[in-house]
Design a protein around this ligand. Sequence first.
Ligand SMILES: C[S@@+](CC[C@H](N)C(=O)[O-])C[C@H]1O[C@@H](n2cnc3c(N)ncnc32)[C@H](O)[C@@H]1O
Length: 125
Amino acid sequence: MRDVWNLPAIAPWEKSCVKHPTQKPLALLTRIILASTQKNAWILDPFTGSSTTGIAANLINRKFLGIDREEEFMTISKNRKLEIENPQIFGTYKKKLGGFDDKNQLEMFLASEPTVTYDRKLIIE
Ligand SMILES: C[S@@+](CC[C@H](N)C(=O)[O-])C[C@H]1O[C@@H](n2cnc3c(N)ncnc32)[C@H](O)[C@@H]1O
């Protein structure tokens, strides 16, 4: 991991469900999530916008909860989520994720990482 990250900007396919005004590149969120979570982790983005965090999370085997005050942005988020529920699109987008040295680097990393386990429950009565 270097101090300065060189990552691709948002590609046209990342705007397939209409671009959010401050949408971030999937490559950036993928790098952040991989650096800070494990497989199967829950990720919360309370300012989710078009849910780039969520799309990146789902593409790399994490669960996601997003919140936004703008219904318009929740619609973009829902459409992006629906898009990757198509296994063919899911696979294509995963292969297109930038920021890796070669095509197999991400797959090899995902195959070797540990799974997070949740052993605490919060019960409010
Ligand atoms: C910088 S954008 C997030 C962009 C997102 N990372 C993406 O890639 O699409 C911040 C979002 O926070 C939302 N927001 C701002 N204040 C909020 C609040 N108080 N509660 C919920 N959402 C809020 C805005 O509507 C906006 O969509």
